[in-house]
Ligand binder design. Sequence first.
Ligand code: PLP
Length: 404
Amino acid sequence: MTCRPPFRAPPSPTTATALPEALGWIDEGLEAIRRDGLERPRRVRTGRQGRRVELDGRSLVNFGSNDYLGYAGDVRLTKAASRAACAEGFGAGASPLVSGHSSTHAALEAALAQLLGTGDALLFPSGFAANAATIAALVGPGDIVVSDERNHASIIDGCRLSRADVAVFPHRDMAAAERLLKGSAARRKLVVTDSLFSMDGTMAPLDDLAEVSARHGAMLLVDEAHATGVFGARGSGLIEETGTADGVHVRVGTLSKALGAAGGFVAGHPRLVDWLRHSARAWVFSTAHPPAVAGAALRAVELLGEEPQRRTALLDRATAFRDRLRAAGLDLGDAASQIVPVIVGSAERAVALAARLADAGLFVPAIRPPSVPAGGSLVRASLAWHHTDDDLDRLLDALARSLA
Ligand SMILES: Cc1ncc(COP(=O)(O)O)c(C=O)c1O
């Protein structure tokens, strides 16, 4: 399939004109962001995600994508999307409860429930919406959510949205999580965690979380956004890998990372899913995502079964690469996955390092507060199945030289 880019990027909108007086406060806010070195420029990508990426006209080896298995630019997904769009139209036209739930969506939900071995699954327009809406549907005023301090923004927003009390425990500190549960007389208790933390590549102690939650009668919600497709014999995530499915009540995942498509899902007991269909507001009050997106995701779920070697090769290579970086004296914290953070401290150092890596032909984004705690800025190399040994050698070499 040959495709030409449909659009040429237009010039960026000018920021030179004055803001209306009522919006004047924005200038001060933006100035503070610039002063703190936290400005986030957006680059325009041309062409597909893949081993290389063209950003603002510059072609770089791509260590800055969550496309861990190389499916985002895979023509097999494009074809599946076209087939679904051809059969069911592009737009879903309505929320799933009205007329937006197409046969492609239904097939995808069934495939996800089967992949995860749960009774049912429910699609959301994004992983963000899945977390936020699900947490708010499970707890409310008078309840408590016990949440890891490094959880994703969508979990944090879901906690706020729920109006439950929120108790945050230090990253992966099970004793602290247990103290919070023990000390609470809340009506319902919910423990929430990422399984694979997206910025530092660490893993939640799912075994311990399941045990602690069970001891205190708490529900356990695990967000597998970065583990879906990568871990587990079938590729369903770290819950599968660690054999903790029985202790996890609510399994959230996204279709937008290793699965190369878009959207989020929640999987679990059919009556849990039924409850969410009645009470998860981002599901009830939002248009279903396009059938084409569901068609592409469905093809990606099939590919997880057909191409297990992609995830095993990726994880083997990631383990060897982390060992080499650590042997070269780089600080990766407790990273243990395909997400490889190189921690440098200040936001300025992270930005400078990312710029030097780009000069060496490598796209490795700088991650700064609020995505990581102040003083914990890093460059985040996302390894993917399609990287070559030469790509990894070049990255190691450029990191070692830049940080020497
Ligand atoms: C841990 C985690 N959960 C949820 C999300 C949201 O997923 P989506 O991009 O599909 O909205 C992300 C994405 O950045 C994430 O990193």
